[in-house]
Design a protein around this ligand. Structure first.
Ligand code: AQP
Length: 332
């Protein structure tokens, strides 16, 4: 059975982008087709300025939302990254395999590092090494596939490169993983700025749908989405990014095809109205289940404890093998 690993970073409240680009597919397809692990990758939330209490709160909320969306802990493994030491152990070994040049070329490092510098903050070393830790997350489990949104493609490519390089130098140790993306909504765009990604840590929430937004807020955000001055509903991501974004969102929610859906609409207003209804329909059961689960923190703790135990058992043999292969003396 193939092995799948993917994760969510607790840097903000989860968004419709996180759901359509990743979580939705983990729930509907991946957990049933593979031996799948899903993680709240909290160590990655420490790479930029952070508030410790907020990261703890968001980590719990992310795990609760993953369950509320339909991840079944009897079918897949759900855990918090920092509860499994093997990630940090392997990360160091992979830092000894990566080069600083390849890490400095990572787009997210350039973007987030640039933002930090512009805000007069120093750039944490962990922001540079972030993709190595992510490679460790993936490689520790002998992962075959990493279901992610398009923004994560470059990071999974680096994990592949490191696996191949390590195997060539020290003998076959790691499975070489590949990224998989949803067919639509692989990159959900901000509703107010449809040329940039809907990102959970972006400052302005006006163009971002959070999974726990109140229904009237979701409705308002979609009805106010930026489109363009044209009249016809056409699917053209380059010249009509706002309309294309709405068509992608609607398609992902209803299982349709954005090009075909474009032919159904005669006005932007009607498209927005149906998109809002489809998104509300998708989010309603998640919000309801989240409220039930959040009232029982003991249950979430138990799920995460069991998940971490299982993850540790799965990761340890590969990480131990990597330690031996690279030349470290085994502890006796
Ligand atoms: N806008 C998006 N469209 C499609 N997929 C998306 N993902 C994130 N944003 C979109 C996918 O969601 C999964 C979890 O993302 P993450 O927690 O690893 O964070 P990220 O990729 O860095 O994206 P965010 O949510 O925008 O966080 P910040 O703002 O902190 O950088 C991933 O599979 C991701 O591809």
């Amino acid at each position: 059975m193939k092995r799948i690993f993917s994760g969510v970073k607790p840097t903000g409240h989860l968004t419709l982008g996180n759901h359509l680009g990743a979580l939705h597919r983990w729930v509907e397809v991946d957990q049933h087709q593979a031996d799948a692990l899903f993680s709240v990758v909290d160590l990655h939330a420490l790479t930029v300025e952070h508030d410790p209490a907020r990261v703890r709160r968001l980590s719990r909320q992310a795990a609760t939302l993953m369950l509320a969306a339909g991840l079944d802990p009897d079918v897949c493994t759900l855990f918090v990254q920092s509860h499994v030491d093997e990630h940090a152990r392997l990360s160091y070994i992979l830092e000894c395999t990566a080069t600083d040049g390849e890490l400095r070329r990572v787009i997210q490092y350039k973007e987030k590092g640039g933002q930090a510098r512009a805000a007069g903050q120093s750039v944490r070393l962990s922001l540079l090494t972030y993709p190595v830790l992510m490679a460790a997350d993936i490689l520790a489990y002998g992962t075959d596939e990493v279901p992610v949104g398009e923004d994560q493609t470059q990071h999974v490519e680096l994990a592949r490169d490191l696996a191949v390089r390590f195997n060539q130098r020290y003998g076959h140790t790691f499975t070489v993983p590949r990224a998989t993306h949803p067919t639509v909504a692989a990159r959900v765009m901000d509703l107010q700025d449809p040329t940039s990604k809907m990102g959970k840590s972006h400052a302005s929430g006006a163009g971002i749908i959070y999974l726990l937004d109140e229904p009237d807020v979701v409705h308002k955000k979609i009805m106010r989405a930026v489109t363009d001055s044209g009249q016809d509903v056409e699917y053209d991501p380059d010249s009509r990014p706002g309309v294309a974004n709405l068509l992608e969102i609607l398609s992902a929610c209803t299982g349709g095809n954005p090009k075909e859906l474009a032919g159904v609409y005669e006005s932007y207003g009607a498209l927005k109205k149906d998109t809002a209804e489809a998104v509300l329909e998708l989010l309603r059961p998640i919000r309801e289940r989240h409220a039930e689960l959040a009232a029982d923190p003991g249950h979430i703790d138990a799920v995460l404890r069991k998940g971490a135990e299982r993850a540790r058992e799965m990761a340890r043999p590969t990480v131990d093998a990597a330690y031996r292969a690279i030349g470290l003396l085994p502890a006796v």
